[in-house]
Design a protein around this ligand. Structure first.
Ligand code: FOL
Length: 211
């Protein structure tokens, strides 16, 4: 069973995408994503697991995401991953989350961490895995909360994992990790508090839950 970390940038209403792309252009936020998902000890790599739509949304020049083991999940049995120019190792196509998880297990000695990078369907499938699932368990969410109200046009949403709307006092078992421990986990100092990039306000957060 793999421990999975979900990484996402989402508005207060959990909007994550618009017309098959990210609704915002935030280079520093994107570089946080690239740094967190790439950083691994010598001799190991992180895995990034994504759905087909997310794969297709990544600019061709950046895919497969370099220095990471890319796993793409698609139910389409006839889907083929488009060849890319870069010399890095090709992405791995799986037809189920179970199959992707099996690759993680097989290669666990060379994989440092596994990140679920979207989109909405994969996020919700992974978040609903029970802690005793043989597929995996999401025990961390790296959430970049976009505070700016100006992204009301989102047409794709992640599940409300914190359950704030129900008003559950324990945030569904999720606990906010303080900035210092957040920085320790990612391995570099994470800017604390409200960030401002091109007039967009956001905050880097880490949430964790026990298995
Ligand atoms: N999580 C966070 N925090 N921010 C995101 O933008 C984000 N995006 C996705 C998943 N989790 C996220 C999915 N979408 C690239 C593009 C889209 C994408 C994920 C990654 C991408 O091109 N990444 C390059 C960085 C390129 C650059 O520096 O501009 C990479 O190497 O990671």
């Amino acid at each position: 069973m793999s421990r999975l970390t979900l990484i996402v940038a989402a508005t207060k209403t959990n909007g994550i995408g618009q017309e098959a792309r990210l609704p915002w252009h935030l280079p520093k936020e994107m570089s946080y994503f690239a740094n967190v998902t790439s950083k691994a000890p010598e001799g190991k790599k992180n895995a990034v697991i994504m759905g087909r739509n997310t794969w297709e949304s990544i600019p061709k020049k950046y895919r497969p995401l370099p220095k990471r083991i890319n796993l793409v999940v698609s139910r389409k049995t006839d889907y083929v991953l488009q060849e890319t120019a870069r010399e890095s190792s090709p992405a791995n196509l799986h037809h189920s989350l179970e199959s992707a998880a099996a690759q993680l297990s097989r290669e666990s000695d060379k994989i440092h961490r596994a990140f679920v990078i979207g989109g909405a369907l994969l996020y919700s499938q992974c978040l609903s895995l029970p802690s005793n699932s043989s597929v995996g368990f999401v025990d961390r969410v790296l959430l970049t909360r976009i505070h700016s109200p100006s992204f009301d046009q989102c047409d794709v949403f992640m599940p409300d994992f914190l359950g704030e709307w129900i008003g559950s006092p324990d945030s569904n078992g999720w606990k906010r990790i303080p900035n210092e421990a957040h920085s320790d986990w990612v391995g570099f100092p994470v800017p604390e508090g409200e960030q401002d990039e091109n007039g967009v306000q956001y905050e880097f957060q880490l949430w964790a839950r026990d298995a």
